[in-house]
Design a binder for this molecule. Structure first.
Ligand SMILES: [Zn+2]
Length: 385
């Protein structure tokens, strides 16, 4: 790649130094040179710039067997916040610039709540977390729906109609006076995997979230694939049953109408005596084992059919599954998914795809927190970690 733009090269080199500090703190200038292949003069200039901006600080000395002791460098205390807005709750995490979680906070509300309830919850999360640590570098917010990033509006959120038509930047900037970054929920989740999960080991992977809705985040060569219209990955509205159950999007037979948390709750509440409104409140014995097995098999089969389309089209090396439904059923769900996929995938594609369950807790809010982090450590279109 020929880079003629001088400031672009400068930004990439600066990001390389910041990443060397992020991954190896505390680190000496000479060690940054080893990690980045930049010359000593450039490193001195960049480090001076970062020190004067207050982004990094000197962190004591370290013995050097062959000369003067090293002066070590690390980030100054600074934080990012990630907030995830779900159909029936919102949660936030507070992270430092190394990506370490310092605190989290969650607020619940009923499905299909109006905008006031949702913004109230986000406000409470923001207040609770910002009272824990300061200062902040930025706040990332993710939510499900078709988002128009040019106009900062929610075109449609099938599972949170209270967000429909809002200007998300205006709504949240009213009470969050910090740089704000936005992304769609499933794509944020894929970013969390890329930064902190299984996705660290793969340049290309697909992350599938199965919770209140179902969506995918597609990572291609370390960057999100969004499609021409920016809405790529809406697997939840893939028709798996022509003329089937009505979906909240208005169409019939969508995957989401068969395997989302809401559908599963409807099944459970139809069988158990004490209804629950979140899968995390389910306890063994609430429904007969026979019904549980039936629910597991049906959900796995439906998801397997949806994932077959992903595999036949994209042939990903890895699919990472996450979300409340995946956490609820755990590993046994994978067996059902795989046996259905075997029926619908081209053999060559199926055999090349590995399926894992994400190990990241709070993955959605972590994904939102990677949005402000990426403005420091990545250069859009040119440099991805
Ligand atoms: Zn649909």
């Amino acid at each position: 790649m020929q880079l003629k733009n001088h400031s672009l090269i400068k930004n990439i080199n600066r990001a390389k130094i910041l990443n060397a500090i992020r991954e190896n703190k505390p680190i000496a200038r000479s060690q940054i040179a080893e990690k980045t292949d930049l010359d000593k003069k450039s490193i001195t200039n960049f480090v001076n710039e970062l020190l004067s901006e207050g982004l990094i600080e000197e962190a004591g000395k370290k013995d050097n067997a062959s000369g003067r002791p090293f002066t070590m460098l690390e980030f100054r205390e600074k934080y990012v916040m990630g907030i995830y807005i779900a159909p029936h709750f919102s949660r936030g995490v507070l992270m430092d610039l190394y990506g370490r979680i310092e605190a989290s906070h969650e607020e619940e509300y009923p499905f299909y709540s109006g905008l006031d309830k949702i913004t109230g919850a986000v406000k409470n999360i923001y207040k609770a977390l910002s009272s824990r640590k300061q200062p902040f570098y930025g706040v990332g917010i993710c939510m499900p729906g078709i988002l128009d990033f040019e106009n900062n509006t929610v075109i449609e959120s099938v599972n949170i109609p209270g967000l429909n038509g809002i200007n998300f930047r205006d709504v949240f900037a009213e009470f969050i006076h910090l740089p704000l970054y936005f992304e769609e929920e499933s794509r944020s989740i894929a970013l969390a995997e890329k930064w902190f999960g299984i996705g660290r080991n793969y340049n290309d992977f697909v992350c599938v979230e199965v919770s209140g809705g179902i969506g995918t985040g597609i990572v291609n060569n370390r960057r999100l694939f969004k499609g021409a219209g920016q809405y790529a990955g809406e697997i939840g509205h893939l028709a798996i049953e022509p003329g089937g159950k009505k979906c909240r999007c208005g169409n019939r037979g969508c995957l989401e109408a068969y395997a989302s948390e809401k559908t599963i709750l409807e099944y459970i509440n139809g069988v158990c005596e004490n209804p629950i409104d979140r899968l995390c409140y389910f306890r063994p014995g609430m429904i007969p084992q026979k019904n549980y097995n039936e629910l597991l098999a049906e959900t796995g089969a439906r998801l397997g059919m949806g994932l077959s389309a992903v595999v036949n089209i994209l042939c990903p090396k890895v699919i990472v599954l996450t979300g409340s439904v995946v956490n609820f059923f755990g590993e046994p769900l994978i067996a059902h998914i795989k046996s259905e996929m075997k029926k619908h995938c081209l053999r060559g594609s199926y055999e090349k795809t590995e399926i894992y369950i994400s190990k990241l807790e709070l993955i959605d809010a972590i994904g939102a927190a990677t949005l402000p982090l990426s403005t420091l450590f990545e250069i859009p279109e040119y440099f991805y970690i």
